[in-house]
Design a protein. Structure first.
Length: 50
């Protein structure tokens, strides 16, 4: 199980999720959890190796 944070723009998230899945992870949770700059948010992901 991995609990990960990153700072991304909203339009970057679908590609990031595809990348996680291509690496063999199931994305259990993906949500925005705060703004850090204009159009940039902190995102949290819970991942589990498939």
């Amino acid at each position: 199980m991995i609990h990960s944070y990153t700072f991304k723009k909203r339009h970057q998230i679908p590609g990031l999720l595809r990348g996680f899945e291509e690496e063999g992870y199931d994305v259990l949770t993906a949500r925005r959890c705060g703004n850090v700059a204009p159009c940039v948010s902190r995102w949290v992901f819970d991942l589990k190796k498939a």
